[in-house]
Write a protein that binds this ligand. Structure first.
Ligand SMILES: C[S@@+](CC[C@H](N)C(=O)[O-])C[C@H]1O[C@@H](n2cnc3c(N)ncnc32)[C@H](O)[C@@H]1O
Length: 428
């Protein structure tokens, strides 16, 4: 599709090079039009970037992965300066593209990269590279940590509609029935039909709603938790109600938490990846401030390297488990229920301390960054599962903190999501 460039196209300075910027379509039509063209590269979030003849940028979604260089047809909606849309047909396909190993890959909203097969990690690396180059500059060094094949989801959320179990459809609240999930640990995948059978047989509460299946230690143990937090343990003869916590044996430490609560999606791989990176960075010192600490994963991984540990987390149940987990690991810690943004005081810590922050997806509040810029600790570690929010926070912290190391971990295989970890030193 061709669009006419409007008169008045300007040239602006971007660094030293002059770049022609296409004019804005002020009364841009919102209607959908079709477009055919080449995917130039991948942007953060897995979107393919294309360009119209007049230089307008297009951001395109495809449910099963896009490879740079592929020629596609797409339905596009025009915004004032760019277009957004979704791929409807491939004109040419990259030879690396494979058939999705999941029968509901296209409809299900849980994964994004099935047709990239074993090349998915490389596509993700390219997306991350694009983001980091744009946000932090060409010169920023970083390390990439792809997931091993064994990294599967140890926690999945399913919906029961009264007749079947399934995932939400992509961009929708309607359901795709499933009876297995190749992205999940085998024990969980095999438990899906067992849960469905129990629900159909009215052995469990049949109320329409969400179910969580999770696994932990001993290996193969499966718990099912309903929306009200009631939990059943899967045994050979069926589901048995349980009040036992979920247990994860991760190397030398064991972490317990209540069912349905937050924990890493793939705990063994997360512990290995975080543990490896943080130990390589040789973090040690007086006090570790484990902020947004959950049930104590980072305190457990690093705690021995510090004389004291302070964990701050808003969930009271998680804090109670953190206290017990760290006590049991021989790492007694001060564990506090608080909102991190309210708790962090001006001038926190001394140079021998480390602040580690692992906030939810939205990242750090601006006021918290301002307070962290007054902290007296020598080191700060920032963990973030949304790369864009992570880069924004690095910039907000840039006044007082210098990024020394950056690692990107593929903790969420088959999806476009990654975990970023930055090591920052206090500026002189
Ligand atoms: C990404 S999780 C990290 C948990 C933990 N570090 C781990 O890896 O298991 C974020 C945690 O922050 C907690 N949280 C969310 N908002 C918070 C806030 N404003 N103050 C303190 N904790 C908060 C959540 O309950 C959750 O446990």
């Amino acid at each position: 599709m061709k669009r006419k460039a409007e008169a008045g196209s300007k040239k602006v300075m971007a660094g030293k090079a002059k770049v022609a910027v296409p004019p804005a379509y002020r009364n841009s039509p919102a209607k959908t039009e079709s477009w055919r063209g080449n995917i130039d590269r991948l942007a953060w979030g897995g979107k393919g970037l294309g360009r119209t003849e007049d230089g307008r940028l297009l951001l395109l979604e495809a449910p099963l992965a896009l490879f740079p260089g592929e020629v596609v047809e797409a339905e596009v909606q025009w915004k004032p300066r760019h277009g957004e849309g979704r791929v409807t047909r491939w004109v040419t396909k990259d030879p690396r593209r494979v058939e999705a190993a999941c029968p509901v890959a296209e409809a299900c909203g849980g994964c994004d990269l099935w047709e990239a097969g074993r090349h998915a990690p490389e596509l993700k690396r390219q997306m991350v590279a694009d983001l980091l180059r744009r946000q932090l500059g060409e010169a920023q060094a970083w390390t990439w940590h792809p997931a091993p094949d064994s990294a599967r989801r140890h926690r999945i959320q399913l919906h029961w509609n009264g007749a079947a179990l399934g995932y939400f459809r992509r961009n929708s609240h309607s359901m795709v029935p499933v009876n297995a999930c190749p992205a999940a640990a085998d024990s969980i995948s095999q438990a899906i039909p067992r849960l469905q059978e129990a629900l159909l047989g009215r052995m469990l509460s049949t109320r329409v709603g969400r179910w969580e299946l999770s696994t932990g230690s001993p290996e193969g143990t499966v718990w099912a938790t309903d929306e009200r937090g009631r939990t059943w343990l899967l045994e050979p003869d069926g589901w048995h109600q349980s009040t036992e916590p979920i247990r994860h044996r991760l190397g030398e430490v064991t972490l317990l938490h209540e069912s349905g609560a937050f924990f890493q999606v793939s705990p063994p791989w997360a512990a290995e990846a975080f543990g490896g990176v943080l130990k390589d960075w040789d973090l040690k010192g007086q006090t570790l401030y484990d902020l947004y600490g959950g049930v104590g994963l980072f305190s457990a991984l690093l705690g021995q390297r510090f004389q004291q540990r302070v964990l701050v987390e808003s969930g009271a149940a998680a804090v109670a488990w953190a206290r017990r987990n760290l006590e049991a690991a021989g790492l007694p810690s001060e564990c506090l229920v608080a909102d991190v943004a309210e708790w962090v005081p001006e001038g926190l810590g001394v140079p021998g301390d480390v602040i580690l922050l692992d906030p939810p997806r939205a990242g750090l509040e601006a006021t918290l960054c301002e307070r962290l810029n007054t902290a007296q600790t020598g080191t700060l570690v920032l963990v973030g599962c949304d790369g864009a929010a992570f880069c924004r926070d690095l910039k907000r912290l840039g006044e007082a903190w210098e990024l020394k190391q950056l690692a990107v971990l593929d903790l969420f295989p088959h999806t476009v999501h990654v975990e970023c970890v930055g090591l920052l030193s206090r500026r002189a």
